[in-house]
Design a binder for this molecule. Sequence first.
Ligand SMILES: Cc1ncc(COP(=O)(O)O)c(C=O)c1O
Length: 351
Amino acid sequence: MMTPRDVASLLESFPSEPLGHYPTPLDSVPRLGEALGLTLQIKRDDATGLAFGGNKIRQLEFYLGKALAQGADTILITGAVQSNYVRAAAGAAAKLGLRCHVQLEDRVPLYDESYVNNGNVLVDRLLGAIVHTYPEGEDEAGADARLYEIADEERRQGFNPYVIPLGPGNPPLGALGYVKGALELVEQLEDPSAIDAFVVPSGSGMTHGGFLLGLRLLGVSASVFGICVRRDAAAQAERIAANCRSIEELLGLSAIVSDADIRTADDVLSPGYGRLNDATYAAVLLAARTEGLLLDTVYAGRALAGLVHLAKEGDIAAGSKVVFLHTGGTPALFGYSEVLNDRLANETKPE
Ligand SMILES: Cc1ncc(COP(=O)(O)O)c(C=O)c1O
């Protein structure tokens, strides 16, 4: 176990570039908590600020720190068409005066006007990103390889590019943002040891891995549930284990996170990444209508749906004290406006 001060100084040895507004609020949400039978608080990382904020701002602080330390003038990043990561990177690049190439992968079978042109895609363009497309959505290595080809072309033109890689096997700098996020949260909580469970969305797993490792470093032992947004629970658990090993290596530590610490749940994943299901739609409406709190349908809404399921099944016991991490992603709501409006049109009117 380390003190908060030790964790902070460990992180200070990595270059980072401040991009967000911190600390993000830790809100009580009594009406939503009551609906779930829990005492619920929400860590508002949707409110990190830059270019609509979200969890990726914390991750980008370490990638951009490294990029600037290398004298980069251009950054490159890949993601789904409605990627929040890509949009946040385009915002960071604009703020820091860097050029930005974004590659949008065909990962979700949606081709309507709002998915293709609204939401995060609109914001990417407003921020001045150079937009590329990639025809595959489940080829992380190929998507990264294509970015490196664009980077080579940039180099030939005299630029100094820095690729923010998506696939595993790269130093998990982004996860350091969530070691730091865990530290921030622990310092906000009245009594961290009183929390029974933390719930986070789990995609690339940089948020889940960094947050879990940060909590364990600080001696917080409550369950951390990662709600799967892209891969099934077994594949995601493997990914989080690998992420934790590489975060430990990066920090010069070992055996901080055990396999038993890694909890992944894929009950609300079907029919797959970025595709709306009933549970997620219900969770998005529940948060909106109990707390005026907006969640996207790909990440935070799906994660809340996962929490609803865990509470209903008793995997998180009634009355537990839970912290839910709102990772942002709200601009994607506008990318899903046709999908959502179709559902809303069929809603029975309140009496
Ligand atoms: C809004 C939002 N929440 C959660 C995640 C998942 O975070 P991670 O990729 O660190 O697992 C993402 C990833 O793109 C995201 O955009």
